[in-house]
Design a protein around this ligand. Structure first.
Ligand code: CP
Ligand code: NVA
Length: 317
């Protein structure tokens, strides 16, 4: 009897931080740092022709500034072209989305997709065995954001072991992917959310399983307790795309979870402020915290480009 084939490395798709082995996770961060350092070389960068002659599909069902721009630029700077796949083709009305995926895989090696139901990203990935599907945000996960977040923390801290990041607010897609990613670098995660808005229990278990170097995951209902002595405070909007009808209720429920100077003062001196953006000043965060010297939000936004370039290089070889 022949032995089963070892799991593909890297995995075909990037739907979740959990799709990366430990070794690929670290390789990807190192490669991100390398492409960041090489960017000034422009066309002389060693990876400037890596996607030459290839197209990468972009299918976005929700608005995007950072993710879309950085993927488009990454593909272009790797010598490839992007293909706009209109969102109307992903609603299953004109043809089943599995057929859309099977068409696309005959033309492009990869599809970047932003959608609502995570199942749709999975359906694209399983319908087309040769198409590398990249989750550019679903209602459950935002793994591309988390890659940039951990690179940013690594840049600011160097050695991450023993550090703690507190995520304060909605237990959403961004919180999930942060919890999946940070503990793999030895960063403990505190998750503070109002009751009923926590990340699913499954996410806490998955994150704890991936934790290295003594990192832990803890949940809190009191934001002040969650941020006490931490090295970074992270927040995201209270109302994610697609939840707009709940906006007024969420503003009431989350009021005491605002990241303001008083909350930042509970963290360790010099603690970083992090946000995936877009930020709503006066809601989840005050303008003062956004503009503080310890705010690294635009470093995170910049790192979206470098980490996604590395991801494309890793998946498409
Ligand atoms: N952080 C982020 O994903 O931003 P966009 O929604 O603008 O892509
Ligand atoms: N949680 C937010 C993230 C936006 C980048 C949303 O899904 O709208």
């Amino acid at each position: 009897m022949t032995a089963p084939a070892p799991p593909a490395t890297p995995a075909k798709d990037f739907l979740s931080i959990l799709d990366l082995s430990d070794s690929d996770f670290h390789k990807l961060l190192d490669l991100s740092a390398q492409v960041k350092a090489d960017r000034h070389l422009a066309l002389r960068a060693p990876t400037a022709q890596a996607l030459k002659g290839r197209h990468v599909g972009m299918l976005f069902e929700k608005p995007s500034l950072r993710t879309r721009s950085t993927f488009e630029i990454a593909v272009h700077e790797l010598g490839g072209h992007s293909l706009d796949v209109p969102a109307q083709f992903a609603d299953g009305a004109r043809e089943p989305l599995e057929d859309v995926a099977r068409n696309l895989e005959r033309w492009v090696p990869a599809l970047v997709i932003r959608t609502y139901a995570h199942d749709k990203v999975m359906a694209f990935a399983s319908a087309a065995p040769r198409l590398h599907v990249i989750n550019a945000l679903s209602d459950q996960e935002h793994p591309c954001q988390a890659l940039a977040d951990v690179l940013t923390m690594r840049e600011h801290w160097g050695r991450c072991q023993g550090r703690t990041v507190a995520y304060v607010g909605d237990g959403n897609n961004v919180a999930t992917s942060l919890a999946h990613a940070a503990p793999r670098l030895g960063i403990s995660v505190h998750l503070a959310a109002p009751r009923g808005y926590e990340v699913p229990a499954r996410v806490v278990e998955e994150s704890a399983r991936g934790a290295r170097d003594g990192a832990t995951i803890k949940t809190f209902v009191d934001p002040r307790e969650a941020v006490s002595g931490v090295d970074a405070i992270y927040t995201d909007v209270w109302t994610s795309m697609g939840q707009e009808v709940e906006g007024a209720k969420r503003r009431r429920v989350f009021r005491s979870f605002q990241v303001n100077s008083a909350l930042m003062a509970q963290a360790a001196p010099g603690a970083l402020f992090m946000h995936c953006l877009p930020a709503h000043r006066g809601e989840e965060v005050t303008a003062e915290v956004v503009e503080a010297a310890t705010s690294v939000i635009f470093d995170q936004a910049e790192n979206r480009l470098h980490t996604q370039k590395a991801l494309l290089l890793m998946l498409l070889g």
